[in-house]
Ligand binder design. Structure first.
Ligand SMILES: [Zn+2]
Ligand SMILES: [Zn+2]
Length: 393
């Protein structure tokens, strides 16, 4: 399939500004995201994200303008590694492209930024559906109070590294067949710090930081699911020497429920109903995530019928006022232990409906006869024929 023109996909002119491209992407992404029941389209959404990735990057855009899709082939997609299990919520994708830009910038800026941390959080089924407040305790790196983060024992201070003269870098010249090469490397004596600690702080062993427990109050939004990731900005390891802290990523794990099964925003429930209820119709009380609700069963319901309870499912993470549905899968329960009175009533019912509970003798003989003829015919003809071929001829 030929690629559509990226400008066409985004619905912008070839001279569009970055603002216009961004604006158009936002609007189209909201419409095409697979979560959107009316206009969602996974294929077109992927195409849109792909086009945006190229046109939002001036370098890639120039390559595309000059050489077309071939020019940006194999430049790699930042988006591909983003969520291996399909697409995240739309808000995740927006955050990915637009949000968190400052943290990403810092990360590129210097190695001093604190590390990101991951915390696995287990939730009950209903907590994930409706959201919950949770207090968690993480262990992250904080400045050592004893040495106020310097790593040097109280009363002393770090001294300039003699090897690099405080530069943190050394030049290394090596001879090769092609001549001398000079490389600039981090100083091996001070690990590129430029300073050395003569008397390390005992509390932190000269590291300047200690891993300490820290309590956090988390507001888990309604609609999170297995694998959802929540970012708590700045809750990761503290940076060294006043550099920014890393982020904390809380990964959600949802426990199974005895009654409900979840599929995205849809809740599935299996509900046995009696034989009489299936035939006559009526009302039953059904468990929903919001408590028991009355469900009308229409007369003449077949086993395997699915009834939909609108908006009794899981709220959408990005817009909690929108909710999925609950699907009730009805199974007719055939009675097994019958009293004599029940047996006679059912037999009477069968009579009234003209239903026969056994095969009459005449029909039985006829059936056997036909089968006998057919197999005999097969032997004579010497060919295999399906059993019902005799009925057709
Ligand atoms: Zn210390
Ligand atoms: Zn050094």
């Amino acid at each position: 399939m030929a690629n559509r023109d990226y400008y066409e996909v985004l619905g912008v002119s070839r001279t569009a500004t970055q603002d216009e491209i961004k604006k158009s992407f936002r609007a189209k992404a909201a419409a095409l995201h697979p979560d959107n029941k009316e206009t969602g389209n996974e294929g077109e959404f992927k195409e849109l994200v792909n086009a945006y990735e190229v046109l939002s990057d001036e370098q890639k855009r120039t390559m595309y303008d000059r050489y077309g899709a071939e020019g940006v082939k194999g430049t790699g997609s930042r988006f591909e590694g983003f969520d291996a299990g399909g697409f995240g919520d739309l808000s995740d994708i927006f955050e990915y492209f637009f949000g968190g830009g400052t943290t990403r910038g810092r990360r590129r800026g210097g190695p001093e930024r604190g590390a990101d941390l991951k915390f696995d959080l287990e939730l009950d089924f209903l907590e994930a559906v409706f959201g919950v407040e949770k207090k968690i305790t993480i262990k992250h790196l904080e400045d050592c109070l004893e040495c106020t983060g310097s790593g040097a024992a109280p009363g002393s201070s770090p001294v300039q590294c003699k090897t690099c003269g405080g530069m943190g870098q050394v030049r290394q010249t090596s001879a090769t067949l092609f001549g001398h090469f000079t490389q600039v490397l981090p100083c091996p004596a001070c690990d590129g710090e430029g300073t050395k600690i003569d008397r390390p702080c005992e509390e932190c062993k000269g590291k300047g930081q200690l891993r300490k427990p820290k309590s956090l109050e988390l507001k888990i939004p309604a609609g999170v699911d297995n694998g959802s990731r929540l970012r708590v900005g700045g809750a990761g390891d503290n940076g060294k020497k006043g550099a920014p802290a890393g982020d904390l990523y809380v990964v959600i794990h949802v426990r199974n429920h005895a009654v409900f099964q979840r599929e995205g925003h849809t809740i599935h429930v299996r509900q046995p109903i009696s034989y009489s209820m299936a035939a006559l119709g009526g009302e039953i009380l059904i468990d929903t995530v919001g408590g028991k609700k009355v469900l009308k069963v229409p007369a003449g319901t077949q086993s395997g019928t699915t009834l939909v309870m609108k908006e009794q499912g899981v709220p959408h993470l990005s817009s909690p006022q929108r909710r999925g549905d609950q699907q009730v899968h009805l199974v007719v329960d055939t009675p097994t232990r019958l009293s004599d009175e029940e047996k006679s009533l059912l037999k009477r019912l069968a009579e009234l409906r003209g239903e026969s509970l056994s095969v009459p003798a005449v029909a039985r003989e006829e059936g056997q006869g036909k089968e006998g003829q057919q197999s005999l015919f097969d032997v004579i003809a010497g060919v295999f024929k399906p059993k019902n071929s005799a009925d057709e001829s």
